[in-house]
Ligand binder design. Structure first.
Ligand SMILES: [Zn+2]
Length: 117
């Protein structure tokens, strides 16, 4: 499942946008977590929810794109499963799409991945 998600994310041309204004969105609304606007090739993710919640939301919206005929319940169920099945590096890959630059900087710093000299 991850390979499919990654391919769609990289090759579909979708832009992932962090927003704190999900309520006004068009397209397939998904509560306040995120939504996808296929006509604009944009996936909006609520930046006020936690990072892992955003990753699951991104998976959810990508599943809507990959399986347009799936209903909300099926998408939800499979998004949760796909999220649970992620390896650490797969999770890291997806996190970069849904984190703000300042958050990424903080995470690198916390993991001592930035140069310290
Ligand atoms: Zn949905």
């Amino acid at each position: 499942m991850f390979a499919k998600l990654k391919k769609t994310l990289l090759e579909s041309g979708y832009q992932v946008i962090l927003t704190d204004n999900v309520a006004r969105g068009r397209g397939k609304a998904r509560g306040v977590k995120g939504y996808i606007v296929p006509d604009d090739l944009r996936i909006y993710i609520n930046k006020r929810i936690g990072v892992n919640d955003r990753v699951e939301t991104l998976i959810h919206e990508l599943l809507h794109e990959i399986y347009p005929v799936w209903g909300e319940q099926r998408v939800n169920k499979n998004a949760k499963k796909a999220f649970r099945d992620l390896t650490v590096s797969q999770l890291g890959f997806l996190q970069f799409f849904i984190m703000a630059p300042t958050e990424i900087k903080q995470m690198l710093k916390a993991n001592h991945l930035s140069p310290i000299c």
